[in-house]
Design a protein around this ligand. Structure first.
Ligand SMILES: Cc1cc2nc3c(=O)[nH]c(=O)nc-3n(C[C@H](O)[C@H](O)[C@H](O)COP(=O)(O)OP(=O)(O)OC[C@H]3O[C@@H](n4cnc5c(N)ncnc54)[C@H](O)[C@@H]3O)c2cc1C
Length: 410
């Protein structure tokens, strides 16, 4: 059996490992248009503020690939899949045959078509090459210069923090009324904002970009209300678009991403997982679902029909400067809906906030801000829909740790 995996990100690597654990004789080939070995994307920030080489963030060395008999083809993009003939056309004009193929070719940063978005000094951050471009530009402009991050999501905030560590002065611009709109509520976001502002990071919410201006380099960002923000570098952190171009060229079905069924199958012998995959209308765009999907897709590639994917509980984390933030599951339900009950606990001065969303007494979602060591338990409570009715009063106290409870064993 010959398995071909397109993309060597977390989805591709997880699938290769899983297939190898189920099929010791199968031929496994990974094709990547990047020249680098697999690296976890959160490590890209380290490349920006530390003096590291690409290989310093590789997760496995080449010995690991050899010992697992995983054939890695770096710098080789895939042009097209002929699903009927089971043939793949490479970007270099070559062709290969496959028995089963996994699309694990991820996503790219969504680039909003703002006036001036292609001015030199405007960057996106998706891979090692992007990180080095940003690093070089930071060194070029020097310390204590203003920079703008467009997008106040997890990635935008981490980038702003990395810029701050590089002695730059970041401003984060978010169109939504508060930070992390998909992972936080207003109360939590206000606390988070205070923490970032204390670090010297400017935050502008409810703000829309009118245009980006500059000639040989970006000079300023202009908001729709006329505010001018000086900037010598801009990072676009404006969400992702799945890399559907390969599906388009191959005549395979896609909407936001590659449309997969509960077996993670696109069509016969073609599977998809990770940021490229759209399952029940959702492209998750984060690591935990990419791992879950890749594992299930790989099981089905090795043994068709053997594993079913029922969706993932979205989990987001932000870990900067020893500050912890985790958001799991449904954290912003309609509070007027009587099925839901919200338990909040907070200590804003200490930068602490916890929100627990209950549906019929069972945990549906949790936000934890500035509280250490509760992320794992929070994940379990949400995933197991644990009934916490008997702990409600205790949970209203911010000093009561989820870890101190026996909830998780119930
Ligand atoms: C800076 C940064 C930080 C992040 N931090 C977090 C975090 O803390 N937590 C979290 O959950 N998520 C985080 N994410 C999101 C997370 O990294 C992605 O969800 C995850 O990488 C998706 O994995 P993937 O394997 O599906 O795709 P990718 O990691 O995008 O890998 C796809 C690979 O396929 C290659 N490829 C594309 N097209 C082709 C082609 N035609 N032929 C061959 N190869 C191709 C790409 O170049 C890429 O190497 C972060 C993302 C970024 C950019």
């Amino acid at each position: 059996m010959k398995y071909v995996i397109i993309g060597s990100g977390i989805a591709g690597i997880t699938a290769a490992k899983t297939i190898r654990s189920l099929d010791s004789n199968g031929e496994i080939h990974i094709y990547s248009d990047e020249e680098t070995l697999y690296y976890p994307k959160p490590k890209l920030f380290d490349l920006i503020y530390e003096n590291l080489k690409a290989r310093d963030i590789y997760y496995y060395d080449s010995f690991w690939y050899n010992s697992n008999a995983i054939n890695l083809h770096l710098g080789v993009g895939i042009r097209k899949i002929d699903a009927k003939e089971h043939i793949i056309l490479l970007e270099d004009g070559g062709t290969i045959k496959y028995d089963r193929v996994l699309l694990a070719n991820g996503a790219s940063t969504f680039v909003p078509q703002i006036d001036g978005v292609y001015t030199p000094g405007v960057f996106t951050l998706r891979n090692i090459s992007d990180a080095f471009k940003i690093k070089r530009h930071s060194l070029l402009i020097g310390n204590h210069k203003p920079v703008v991050v467009i997008g106040g999501g997890v990635l935008g905030l981490e980038a702003a923090h990395a810029f701050m560590r590089n002695k730059l002065y970041p401003t984060v611009i978010e169109s939504f009324p508060y930070l992390l709109p998909r992972q936080l509520d207003k109360e939590g976001a206000d606390i988070l904002r205070g923490i970032f502002e204390n670090w010297g990071i400017q935050i502008k919410t409810d703000s829309f970009i009118e245009k980006i201006e500059g000639n040989s380099n970006i000079e300023r960002v202009i908001l729709s209300n006329g505010t001018i923000i000086k900037a010598e570098m801009v990072l676009l952190s404006t969400g992702i678009s799945s890399n559907v171009d390969l599906l388009e060229r191959s005549g395979l079905p896609y909407k936001k991403g590659a449309v997969v069924d509960d077996y993670l199958q696109v069509t016969e012998d073609v599977y998809a997982a990770g940021d490229v995959a759209e399952h029940r209308g959702i492209v998750y765009g984060i690591i935990p679902p990419a791992i879950e999907q890749a594992t299930i897709a790989a099981r089905n590639m090795a043994r068709p029909g053997s594993a079913v994917y029922d969706g993932s509980v979205p989990t987001n984390t932000l870990k900067v400067a020893g500050f912890d933030f985790t958001s799991v599951g449904n954290i912003n339900p309609d509070e007027k809906d009587p099925q839901y009950e919200i338990i909040r606990a907070k200590a804003p001065v200490e930068g602490k906030y916890r929100k627990i969303v209950l549906k019929d007494g069972k945990v549906e979602g949790i936000i934890i801000l500035g509280i250490k060591g509760e992320a794992v338990i929070a994940n379990k409570l949400v995933k197991m829909h644990t009934d916490v009715s008997s702990y409600k009063d205790k949970l209203r106290n911010i000093d009561f740790s989820l870890k101190e409870t026996s909830i998780i064993r119930e």
